[in-house]
Every structure is written in C-alpha cells, then in structure tokens.
Design a protein around this ligand. Structure first.
Ligand SMILES: CC(C)(COP(=O)(O)OP(=O)(O)OC[C@H]1O[C@@H](n2cnc3c(N)ncnc32)[C@H](O)[C@@H]1OP(=O)(O)O)[C@@H](O)C(=O)NCCC(=O)NCCS
Length: 201
C-alpha cells in the first residue's frame, strides 16, 4: 500500500461528473468479486451513472490515495433513481419523497478495514438529514449461503449494516446483469435495508 495519506473529497450534483469515469472503473473492479460477480462494461456504466449529475441533491464521497481514486460512495433522492429501485417502495406505500437512496460503496480491497466504510455512511447520512429526508435505504444482492462462487473466507456485511441502524426490510427488487462466466444477463434479487429517523422498519 502507498504511504500517501488518504484524502476524502465530497462532491455534489453536477460536480460529480468529473469522477464518473473513475467511479465506473471502480464499480467494475470491485463488483466483479463475489457476491456481485458483475461482468460490467464502461459504456453501460457511463449511462447508468449519469443520473448522479442530474440531481443537485446527489452526493459522492471520493477517497484518494495521492492522485489515485481508490474508493467511492454515492447517494441521491430515491425519486431520481431508476424505476426498479422505486417500485418496491411505491408498492409498500412508502412515500418515495421521504427516502434518500444510498447507492454503491466501493473500495479497493487493500484499503478496507480502516473505517472508510463508516465514513461513507457518515457523510451520506448527514447529507440526507440536512436535506430533511426521514429514511435512508440501500440494497444488496441476495445469495444462497452455499453459493458455489462464495470464497471460503467470505463474510457478509450484515452485522456492519445492523450496527449502523439498518434493518433488513421485506422489500426486494429484481435487477439484471451479466455475471462473470454468463453469456447473457440474468435476474438477481436485491434486498433493501432501511433506517428511519421517525419510524421503525
Ligand atoms: C463496503 C465497504 C466499502 C466497507 O469498507 P471498509 O472500509 O472495509 O469498512 P470499515 O473499515 O469502515 O468497516 C466497517 C465495519 O464492518 C466490518 N467489516 C468490514 N468488512 C467486513 C466483512 N467483509 N465482513 C464482516 N465485517 C466486515 C468492520 O469490521 C467494521 O466493523 P466495526 O464497526 O465493528 O469496526 C467495502 O467492504 C467494499 O468495498 N466492499 C465491496 C463492495 C460492497 O459490497 N459494497 C456494499 C454494497 S454497495
């Protein structure tokens, strides 16, 4: 690991644009591993991530080691997210305008375990609170415990998320992507985790 001090930059709305390419590369690099096994491509990623620049209430937390971007985390109002993120909330009667959606957190493996995951939540949650959203939420892929691609030392992040006050909700959505080794996209179940300042989920 480099001896540079790590620096955290926080950018919002249109200012996220200059980081989109790095964010796309990080997502492909980090999500290729279990449990996402994502076989991503930069063209798709650039389109997918453009949403962050269009909403002035979006945020990106960028971690740099010198000039190199080694981690990032994003969030935005759920109302500006893609429809498949909003649908389970609408179907369960939650007002999507109350929800600030915490999107990806991606950190290169060699930088993990130093508290940056907590820092990602701290910045995004305090921004959500300043913007007066009462619910923060994110989703994670559901995999069977005996999935053949799970590394022997794999441990899920559930305990971390619970310690941050999130509860696994009954809300799910189906997202499609091409897994490493697959010839085409297949559907995956995504489970939503919620935290509310005024309700118990
Ligand atoms: C999520 C991620 C950004 C967390 O980064 P991190 O810097 O390692 O997190 P922290 O060092 O702040 O650790 C947070 C807590 O989770 C625990 N933790 C971290 N990784 C863990 C793991 N793989 N299994 C179990 N616990 C873990 C830490 O021990 C710590 O616990 P503590 O609060 O009791 O000290 C990083 O693991 C990552 O990029 N993962 C791959 C992508 C991913 O799954 N993202 C989440 C969904 S988008």
């Amino acid at each position: 690991m480099s001896s540079h001090l790590l620096r955290t930059d926080v950018v919002m709305g249109q200012n996220i644009e200059k980081y989109l390419n790095d964010l796309a590369k990080l997502r492909i690099e980090v999500f290729k591993d279990y449990p996402y096994l994502y076989d991503g491509n930069l063209d798709y990623e650039s389109n997918y991530l453009a949403k962050y620049c269009k909403d002035r209430k979006s945020i990106a937390v960028i971690v740099k080691d010198g000039d190199r971007i080694v981690g990032a985390s994003t969030a935005m109002p759920l109302s500006s997210e893609h429809e498949e993120f909003k649908l389970p909330f609408k179907n369960s009667g939650i007002d999507i305008n109350d929800v600030y959606y915490l999107a990806e957190s991606v950190l290169l493996p060699e930088y993990r375990g130093r508290g940056l995951g907590h820092r990602f939540f701290d910045f995004r949650e305090s921004h959500a609170s300043a913007l007066r959203f009462s619910i923060t939420a994110f989703c994670a892929v559901e995999r069977p415990t005996d999935h053949p691609s799970a590394p022997a030392d794999y441990s899920p992040l559930d305990e971390f998320w619970k310690s941050r006050g999130y509860r696994k909700s009954p809300l799910t959505s189906e997202f499609k992507w091409k897994e490493i080794g697959e010839s085409e996209e297949s559907p995956k179940t995504m489970r939503f985790w919620l935290k509310s300042t005024n309700k118990d989920f």
